[in-house]
Ligand binder design. Structure first.
Ligand SMILES: C[S@@+](CC[C@H](N)C(=O)[O-])C[C@H]1O[C@@H](n2cnc3c(N)ncnc32)[C@H](O)[C@@H]1O
Ligand SMILES: [Zn+2]
Length: 266
């Protein structure tokens, strides 16, 4: 992947244990194998993005295979479209989906996330990919360098995604649908508020190729019940009573419901 300096935008070279640009801006490659390209100005808090607890919970849950149908749909769709070139996963988390996708397609992968804990966790397990700590609003990657950009349960920044995509490249976006994890919600909330959710958004500079619904049931028991909660934004919204009800839940059968939107540059 052609990396660019997050300060001045010129090409980064990797001569040894660090990345440097012609103006002398220098970024260390961490012992764990990821590159920190997040500047102080781009950080809006000391530890932006997902916490270590969230990252560990997601790793334990995803590695147990509960969401394998989502990874399978990504792989099947990429194969159908004959995706080529480099993959960039934005908001990659601990790397579960994109590591599987890249390995199934035999394509090079770069994953980036604003959370240092997330990229550290990804780099520790998936050694074949390049992992960057960086923000989606300033992607430190050269224009037109990716064949596929993915954003899975993460944020979408259309202008940046379009800039880094090759003209024939694809953008895969996975969004949770309105009926995602209703079982969990019915345990933790007294009342479920139905808020309309746009699952096929209009993206400036992109044309929708297709939208693939993904819906399946799964059952979690023991610790995985708490892991499921920790992976979701509900972990920050849950009240005392809801937390107590979940703590007493030994087994939960739920339905994952999301959509894979495939876009091309228009
Ligand atoms: C719900 S998690 C999804 C992680 C992963 N894609 C998955 O599905 O397992 C959203 C991720 O986006 C990251 N994130 C939040 N703001 C970001 C930003 N501005 N730039 C890059 N990543 C960001 C978080 O740290 C978190 O890892
Ligand atoms: Zn520079």
């Amino acid at each position: 992947m052609d990396l660019i300096c997050p300060i001045c935008g010129s090409k980064l070279n990797i001569p040894g244990k660090s990345c440097v640009c012609p103006s002398g801006h220098c970024f260390d490659i961490a012992r764990q194998g990821y590159v920190n390209l997040l500047t102080v100005q781009q950080k809006h808090s000391l530890h932006p993005g997902d916490t270590k607890e969230q990252v560990n919970a997601r790793r334990a849950f995803l590695d147990a295979g509960f969401y394998a149908p989502i990874a399978d749909t990504l792989i099947e769709t990429a194969r159908e479209l004959h995706v080529t070139g480099e993959i960039l996963d934005v908001g990659c988390g601990e790397g579960y989906y994109s590591a599987r996708l890249a390995s199934a397609l035999g394509l090079p992968l770069t994953g980036m996330d604003i959370s240092r804990e997330a990229v550290r966790c990804a780099a520790g397990k998936y050694k074949d990919a390049l992992w960057l700590c960086a923000t989606a609003s300033h992607i430190p990657v050269a224009d037109r360098s990716c064949g596929l950009v993915t954003s899975l349960f993460a944020l979408t920044v259309p202008e940046e995604f379009r800039r880094v995509l090759r003209p024939d490249g694809y953008f895969f976006q996975v969004l949770a649908a309105e009926d995602h994890l209703l079982g969990l919600k019915s345990v933790i909330y007294d009342e479920i508020l139905h808020k309309h959710k746009e699952t096929v958004p209009d993206l400036p500079g992109f044309t929708l190729v297709k939208s693939v619904p993904i819906r399946f049931s799964f059952t979690v028991t023991g610790n995985q019940v708490e892991n499921l909660l920790a992976m979701t934004p509900h972990v920050f919204r849950i009240g005392k009573a809801g937390a107590e009800r979940l703590r007493r839940t030994e087994s939960l059968t739920d339905t994952a419901s999301c959509v894979l939107n495939v876009f091309r540059r228009s």
